[in-house]
Design a protein around this ligand. Structure first.
Ligand SMILES: Nc1ncnc2c1ncn2[C@@H]1O[C@H](COP(=O)(O)OP(=O)(O)OP(=O)(O)O)[C@@H](O)[C@H]1O
Ligand SMILES: O=C(O)c1ccc[n+]([C@@H]2O[C@H](COP(=O)([O-])O)[C@@H](O)[C@H]2O)c1
Length: 202
């Protein structure tokens, strides 16, 4: 499949969307995707490789196609699809991407997936409350971020829409806003650490 093509999908499917820089992809991305597939009863998880996180230095980012190819080798699972497809928006902003996906794939049940580090800072993203209003959200716990995520602006603003993880199996079918935090086998892996190791061993 081409690096920028949309994966195939049918109405009624439950799809988790894991947006990321994937610079590079690593085993924790796979692990949280498998946890989401199981705990949320998803049919697939799509890794959406971003052209550039608007809050990060993108000057060091390899091209999307290169990151997609490397991520596919890590994902290595029939229900994890990796693509640089951005919904045809040409935008780096998640709110734009999700609005396009929801419109384009009517009848598909999307869930936005992100690590707890991103819940802690999501209030700095463009039009962030719209993201909570567009699709249900599952936050995957990450070492060092659980408390920061729970104490963050987004968790407070949408406290009334919080779903206990014991009810997460139905999350994809809930009308947003609805979100949960999934505890799972934690991994301290990060792309930053991998990049630094490569640099150190150069
Ligand atoms: N170890 C992890 N545990 C939980 N979530 C993770 C973990 N690693 C990455 N994620 C989540 O996966 C998504 C994509 O992450 P990303 O590609 O930025 O990797 P990263 O390791 O966080 O990268 P970097 O170190 O460059 O910030 C984000 O939502 C991030 O929170
Ligand atoms: O929309 C925004 O303003 C925004 C700001 C920061 C990050 N994001 C998205 O969050 C996802 C995770 O990014 P990253 O770099 O932590 O992997 C990825 O899809 C980014 O495009 C989106």
């Amino acid at each position: 499949m081409s690096e920028l093509r949309a994966p195939l999908v049918a109405p009624g499917m439950r799809i988790g969307l894991l947006g990321g820089s994937f610079n590079p992809a690593h085993e924790a991305h796979r692990q949280i995707s498998l946890a989401a597939l199981k705990r949320l009863g998803l049919d697939q998880v799509w890794w959406l490789v971003t052209a550039g996180n608007p809050l990060k230095d993108v000057s060091i980012l390899p091209p999307v196609a290169e990151r997609v190819r490397a991520a596919r080798a890590i994902a290595d699972h029939p229900r994890i699809k990796v693509t640089g497809f951005d919904g045809g928006t040409g935008s780096p902003f998640t709110a734009d991407l999700l609005a396009a996906f929801v419109q384009r794939y009517s009848g598909v049940h999307f869930v936005w997936l992100m690590g707890a580090d991103n819940l802690a800072t999501v209030h700095r993203w463009k039009a962030w409350p719209e993201i909570f209003e567009l699709v249900p959200i599952a936050v995957l716990d990450r070492p060092g971020y659980r408390l920061k995520a729970r104490a963050g602006k987004a968790a407070h603003r949408f406290a009334g829409a919080y779903i206990d993880e014991t009810d997460a199996l139905g999350l994809a079918l809930l009308r947003p806003p609805a979100w949960t935090i999934l505890t799972h086998r934690l991994s301290g892996l990060s792309s930053t650490a991998l990049r630094e190791n490569v640099l150190e061993s150069d």
